[in-house]
Design a protein around this ligand. Structure first.
Ligand code: DLL
Length: 436
């Protein structure tokens, strides 16, 4: 399907125009972080590189990588490059330990974010004629607020439903004649099931035309199922909190990969083992440098997401580079219904609980369309087995800690001492039985 509307002129720049803005902005960003963020000054100095060493886009590879641990080491705001008074918004996502990764935005960053989202919702087909129901959780997660402001920018009417309360979601869709659904793909599949249980045929009894899905991976089979069950045309979009939130990239209606807003987010693909930069079409880890952000500019962020880049012309008229569907991650982060969780965080919760040993196993699977997690935990002390009451309260304590600290609803199974598998090499603590 050909796309008729393109939000920003930059989306159809020629390669030379892109390279000119990218280089200019990259230089500015390198200067900004070197002069304002002690963490970056130290990193640049350690490898003997200065902002003025950036003379061409190829020089990007001279700059150091940024990784999630840099956020932990400078928690909460050590990577910010502006005084606190210039910040107007904070969000946060899961860190690798108990502390979240905090991100911040200036007024300029908020305007840029709105534009990035306006681009991707326009690509997906949404206009001021649409009513968009946002079924991402509002709060520290960037998904809901991010999509919200960009949808308003294009003039769509936003229903800020948040996630959960699924029957009410369906009722609102029906009563408000929602035309665009914004959520994770797994939640959209679940909502369709609930609608059917309520006697509502999502494809016939509702008014949905578009689904804009993101925040987690999905397969083409899931897309087909979503399109069929809801009677929609769905696109996916990609982003991450550390970079901005949603708004890094999105699919147009030609469905030939996600267009990266490369005048703001400079992409590279690297070999995750060696760090070497790979060429067009080669599969590796996506690395992004934000080149227009003020509050939290990030140099060469290792996203851990595995994909490839494609520069050939797209049918939609946009010339921005496209990234293929995320094929997986190069670390062990789990995404459970859009909530990011590291096994190390689960381990921390377990280890800090009296009465249980260091052996556990995490099982992730699908129940219907929802991600489910079960944690088998070995008791340290067999005495617990003699009191059902004690076992019950230990189980409840672990469950509630996992909920309050990590926001996940896990089923906890306490098992007898010395029953879980032991490993001689690397322990395989996570069994992920989902497709994606
Ligand atoms: O998930 C931002 C977002 C919200 C994007 C809503 C799109 C829609 P985080 O919570 O920081 O931010 O999680 C970022 O989620 O590194 C990917 O592993 C995964 N992810 C996000 N979008 C996709 C996608 C938001 N379309 C992490 N396909 C990223 C596969 C995705 N994985």
């Amino acid at each position: 399907m050909a796309q008729d509307r393109i939000w920003s002129k930059e989306e159809s720049f020629n390669r030379e125009q892109f390279q000119t803005v990218q280089l200019e902005r990259l230089k500015k960003t390198a200067e900004r972080v070197y002069n304002n963020v002690p963490h970056y000054k130290k990193k640049f100095d350690e490898i003997g590189v200065l902002p003025e060493d950036i003379k061409s886009l190829e020089d990007l590879s001279k700059l150091p990588f940024t990784v999630k641990a840099d956020f932990r080491d400078t928690y909460p705001c050590g990577l910010f490059s502006v005084p606190r008074k210039e910040l107007v918004r904070f969000h946060a996502s899961s860190g690798t330990t108990g502390k979240p990764t905090v991100v911040g935005y200036t007024k300029h960053d908020m305007a840029m974010w709105r534009e990035m989202i306006a681009r991707l919702v326009t690509m997906a087909g949404v206009t001021e004629e649409d009513t968009a129901q946002i079924s991402f959780g509002y709060g520290l997660f960037t998904g809901a607020f991010g999509l919200h402001q960009g949808l308003e920018e294009v003039g769509a009417a936003v229903i800020p439903m948040s996630s959960g309360n699924t029957k009410k979601q369906i009722m609102m869709m029906q009563d408000m004649e929602t035309t665009a659904l914004i959520s994770t793909p797994s939640y959209a599949l679940h909502m369709a099931e609930v609608a059917k249980e309520m006697g509502v045929d999502p494809a016939k009894d509702l008014h949905l035309k578009y689904g804009l899905f993101g925040g987690e991976g999905s397969t083409e089979a899931m897309r087909n199922e979503l399109n069929e069950v809801w009677g929609i045309f769905s696109t996916e979009n990609y982003g991450m909190s550390e970079l901005i939130g949603p708004g890094v990239a999105g699919e147009c209606q030609a469905l030939r990969g996600m267009h990266i807003n490369e005048d703001h987010f400079l992409p590279e693909i690297i070999n995750p083992e060696t760090g070497a930069v790979l060429g067009e079409g080669e599969i590796g880890e996506l690395v992004i440098t934000t080149i227009s952000k003020e509050g939290l500019p990030i140099i060469r962020y290792r996203t851990k997401d595995i994909t490839s880049l494609h520069y050939d012309q797209c049918d939609c008229g946009r010339t921005t580079v496209r990234m293929s569907k995320i094929q997986g991650r190069s670390d062990d982060m789990l995404i459970l219904g859009g909530v990011n969780v590291f096994p190390s965080q689960i381990e921390e919760v377990l280890i800090s609980t009296q009465g249980i040993g260091p052996h556990y196993q995490i099982k992730v699977f699908k129940k219907g369309y929802l991600d489910k997690i079960e944690v088998d935990v070995e008791l340290a002390d067999a005495d617990f087995l003699e009191s059902f009451g004690k076992l019950e309260s230990l189980n409840a304590a672990i469950k509630s800690k996992l909920k309050t600290v990590l926001g996940i609803d896990a089923k906890v199974n306490l098992v007898q001492p010395r029953t879980l598998e032991r490993f001689e090499g690397k322990a395989k603590r996570v069994i992920d039985m989902r497709e994606v």
